[in-house]
Write a protein that binds this ligand. Structure first.
Ligand code: HEM
Length: 413
């Protein structure tokens, strides 16, 4: 296996590079570690810790090579690192994100329609109304946590609507998902997860009785190959969509806001030129890169860079690192809302490219357009980062929000 040959990375003496320490993301500088890896060990054997050993891939071109070769780098054994003791991912080989071709394509077909351009475009007006409502409530309270009170609500409401939850249940689901995926202890998180699964079990039973044109309705009636999806597969899919559809948008939106607070000149550019919103969204995605790692498992012996990889070994790509690869991006540490070209991999690449990409982009565009149009945001205390190796970004961003007096058009909306 790869040794460091006496070169010391930016870690401790016993573990020169430790990408699986959640404190690195809460309080350390993971970007310094990735920069060192890109420069010195672009394909690096990461010794086992509480996590099994894996190849850490940090350069943009290598990350894309892995993501574009599902035959060699499989998703079916899971796409996130798990402690050895937890065994294999229960969704392995069954849910969309955790399957390989050809089953992957068949599963994607079942839900693709809801995430295609015409369906997503049709959501814009309602999304804008939701954003205005969320912003109005935040401004009324004046000081808020941007993560929970602004960035988290829109994606949750949107995905709940697509899945087919009743609007009266959105707040209840918001509380459940915040507990299931937040900073609480493992027991409360697991209890909240169980509540979410119970909620969707009821919805699945309803859709079986009365078909309906929503995502749960589609999953219930879908045939993949010559078989229907099992109840467990449907529930895992609902859970995955809920997580995938909420966490990353929340983290990009709040990370984007924080970037604007620390670089007011970029915010001023967006306020004076709202046409930059789409390009700003791409830069927010690149700069925040909330999905931290994605795992694959080698199906056969292969090589990556100058490293030999054995069949069965884990290969983990680090997206925020690829998105700051100085070989690809000029001044990668700068947030530049007019960056062009901007071929980031924050939404993945290849076979499993984010199903919700259009939806995520639209949500971020609408949110930042509305903010830039009429709201002033100022920091109101220190931000706090998440303690997670799966997603990176803010757990809390205290801000003060007011309507801008000179907002053009009809004023506060
Ligand atoms: C800023 C927001 C988002 C980011 C950064 C993001 C990131 C990603 C990434 C990196 C992947 C690739 C995983 C892989 O290669 O194994 C992915 C896949 C996926 N995303 Fe997103 N995502 C976002 C928003 C959404 C939304 C709003 C949804 C809606 C439900 C969604 C649903 C999915 C699904 C279902 C997959 C699996 C696709 C497949 O395996 O074919 N994502 N996402």
């Amino acid at each position: 296996m790869d040794m460091l040959d006496g070169e010391r990375g930016p870690g401790t003496a016993s573990s020169p590079v430790n990408l699986v320490d959640p404190d690195l993301y809460a309080a350390g500088d993971p970007f310094a570690v990735w920069r060192w890896l890109r420069e010195n060990r672009p394909v690096h054997w990461h010794e086992p810790t509480h996590m099994p050993g894996f190849w850490a891939v940090s350069r943009y071109d290598d990350v894309r090579a892995v993501l574009h070769d599902p035959a060699t780098f499989s998703s079916a054994s899971g796409i996130l690192l798990r402690p050895q003791a937890q065994g294999v991912d229960p969704g392995g080989g069954r849910t969309l994100a955790l399957t390989d071709p050809p089953r992957h394509g068949q599963l994607r077909q079942v839900v693709a329609r809801w995430f295609a351009a015409p369906s997503v475009r049709a959501l814009e007006e309602r999304m804008r109304e939701t954003v205005r409502l969320v912003l109005r409530r935040a401004v009324e309270r004046e000081t808020v946590d941007f993560v929970t009170d602004v960035a988290a609500r829109l994606p949750l409401y949107v995905i709940c609507g697509l899945l087919g939850a009743a609007p009266d249940d959105y707040e209840q689901l918001f509380v459940m998902t915040s507990r299931a995926f937040g900073d609480e202890d493992a027991v409360s998180r697991s209890a909240a997860h169980t509540e979410i699964l119970r909620y969707f079990m009821r919805l699945v039973a309803e859709r079986r009785r009365t078909p309906h044109d929503d995502l749960v309705g589609a999953l219930v009636t879908a045939a993949v190959g010559d078989a229907r999806l099992t109840t467990q597969e449907i529930l895992l899919s609902c859970d995955n969509l809920l997580v995938a559809g909420t966490e990353n948008v929340r983290l990009s939106a709040s990370g984007g806001m924080q970037a604007f607070l620390t670089e007011p000149a970029q915010w001023a550019r967006l306020v004076t030129n709202p046409r930059l919103a789409s390009s700003a969204v791409e830069e927010i995605l690149r700069y925040t890169s909330p999905a931290t790692h994605i795992m694959r498992t080698a199906t056969t012996a292969t090589r990556l860079g100058d490293r030999p990889i054995e069949a069965g070994e884990r290969v983990v790509v680090w997206l925020p690192s690829a998105n700051r690869d100085e070989r690809i991006f000029d001044a990668p540490e700068r947030c530049d809302i007019e960056r062009s070209p901007n071929r980031h991999v924050a939404l993945g690449s290849g076979e499993h490219f984010c199903l919700g990409a259009l939806l995520a982009r639209l949500q971020l565009r609408v949110l930042f357009e509305e903010l830039a149009h009429s709201v002033d945001v100022e920091p109101d205390g220190p931000p706090r980062r998440l303690r997670s190796i799966v997603v990176n970004g803010l757990a809390e961003l205290p801000v003060r929000m007011t309507y801008r007096a000179e907002a053009s058009g009809t004023g506060p909306r």
